[in-house]
Design a protein around this ligand. Structure first.
Ligand code: UDX
Length: 435
């Protein structure tokens, strides 16, 4: 059985660790954050992710999964080391690689035999070569090692499913030596004929940024179409269905919303455009995607004001704060920009999210906005209801109850989950996007 160390227990690291244990390897998840490791050792996940609890328990019970803060021990114990530490956005928009650099240094100092070092973290082109150079410079006994780029494409909220059923596995190498062992790591996928894209380090690094930028561009595109549909009286939903039927376009990621957010699209589009500019090859489409996404959030506020007039002193019941459903993650959520703008204009906000309340309370305190106990408590005496996240439980609201709880009757559905006719029949002033 392969022994694998996974450094970093964020979304990617935890999913990788638990997923690889599930594939049959013995995995040690490593993190310098003592609190997180303690929590994991007690069987509790630091994130909300459907289906992950069970997989964690099963694999710990089977003896394939352990957690430790002793990174040196873990590195020396493992045959393969996955780097899955964060690469957050630095002030200048670039990826902050300090955690990756520190990890590479520790790996170099700890080497005690041949190891494969696999980078899961999203890193700019050239980083794996840098990792190799750092490890080498601390590798006093000159042990052999290989560096591999193996980007992860999982979505939050679907992390476990995506890890176990990927569309493809991308592996970047500078030498074929580690390939056999990596195929063994991913054996169940390999046997299931999941495509393996074997390429060089730089191409592999860029594939991840290109994927996320393309998807972000697709969302920004449909949001622009929604804005145009609104302006000229066309229907973006039917437009998206018609576009999607063309196999060359595909139907996924054509749902208009309040603007994309999350830990990947904003950060990766920013990092890629800054990097490309630095290399003298600006990426106009990706730069415009970022700008277009900001305009979408402005458009949302504009739309609210277009319907209600001034928002000062008006009460808003916001349903949904997370950047999308099935996650408690608030990072770069469109809700932050939209709520902050409404607050600046004097609106009063009461908000509710099924999972993201704790994270939301780190952004706004009780003086800035208030938090509802549930949907109905949140819209009590509100002048307007605003849906920002497409949680399933918002799809079946008791609309008459909502209507009678409200002071005025504006209902803004920015995930297009209700039908205009039905809402107007309930006496609501209904607005969505692009329909
Ligand atoms: C994304 C990529 O999908 C994943 O492959 C990568 O590994 C990490 O980044 P994630 O950030 O978890 O995953 O969320 P995703 O489901 O892609 O949604 C990103 C944002 O786009 C969300 O704010 C979502 O609401 C928005 N979106 C997505 C839309 O507004 N419309 C769509 O049709 C799809």
């Amino acid at each position: 059985m392969l022994k694998i160390g996974v450094i970093g227990t964020g979304y990617v690291g935890l999913t990788t660790g638990i997923g690889l244990a599930n594939f049959g390897s013995t995995v040690m998840c490593l993190d310098i954050n003592n609190e997180k490791i303690q929590q994991l050792n007690l069987g509790a996940l630091p994130i909300y992710e459907p289906g992950m609890d069970e997989l964690l328990r099963d694999n710990v019970k089977a003896g394939r999964l352990t957690f430790s803060t002793d990174l040196t021990f873990g590195i020396q114990w493992a045959q393969i080391i996955f780097i899955a530490v964060g690469t957050p956005q630095a002030e200048n928009g670039k990826a902050d690689l300090s955690a990756v650099e520190k990890t590479a240094e520790l790996i170099g100092k700890s080497l005690n035999g041949y190891k494969i070092v696999v980078t899961k973290s999203t890193v700019p082109v050239g980083t794996n070569e840098m990792i190799r150079a750092i490890i080498d410079s601390f590798n006093a006994n000159e042990y052999e090692f290989d560096v591999v780029s193996n980007p992860e494409f999982l979505r939050e909220g679907k992390a476990v499913y995506d890890f176990l059923h990927p569309d493809r596995v991308v592996i970047g190498v500078s030498h074929p030596r580690p390939l056999d062992m990596l195929k063994q790591v991913y054996r169940p996928l390999y046997l299931n004929e999941v495509p393996f894209i074997i390429t060089d380090l730089r191409t592999s690094e860029l594939i991840k940024y290109a994927s996320n930028s393309f998807l972000a561009m697709k969302v920004a595109f449909i949001n622009e179409m929604a804005r145009l549909c609104d302006t000229v009286g066309a229907n973006v939903q039917q437009l998206a269905i018609a576009l999607g039927k063309d196999g060359r376009i595909g139907s996924k990621f054509l749902h208009p919303g309040p603007g994309f957010g999350g830990s990947c699209f904003p950060k990766d589009t920013a990092a890629l455009t800054v990097f490309a500019r630095e290399k003298g090859m600006p990426l106009g489409l990706v730069e415009e995607t970022i700008a277009s996404n900001s305009r979408q959030k402005e458009f949302i506020v504009h739309k609210i004001k277009g319907r209600m007039g001034a928002v000062s002193g008006r009460r808003f019941g916001i349903l949904g704060l997370a950047f999308k459903s099935e996650t408690d993650d608030m990072r770069e959520s469109a809700a932050i920009t939209i709520i902050d703008q409404l607050l600046r204009e004097g609106a009063m906000i009461r908000a509710y999210d099924p999972r993201a309340m704790e994270n939301a309370k780190k952004i706004w305190d009780n003086h800035q906005i208030s938090f509802g106990r549930d949907e109905y408590d949140t819209v009590q005496d509100a002048d307007a209801v605003v849906i920002l996240t497409e949680w399933n439980q918002f799809r079946n609201l008791d609309i008459p109850r909502i209507k009678s709880a409200m002071r005025e009757s504006y209902f803004f559905d920015f995930r297009n989950i209700y039908r205009r006719k039905q809402m107007e029949e309930y006496g609501l002033i209904y607005e969505c996007i692009g329909r």
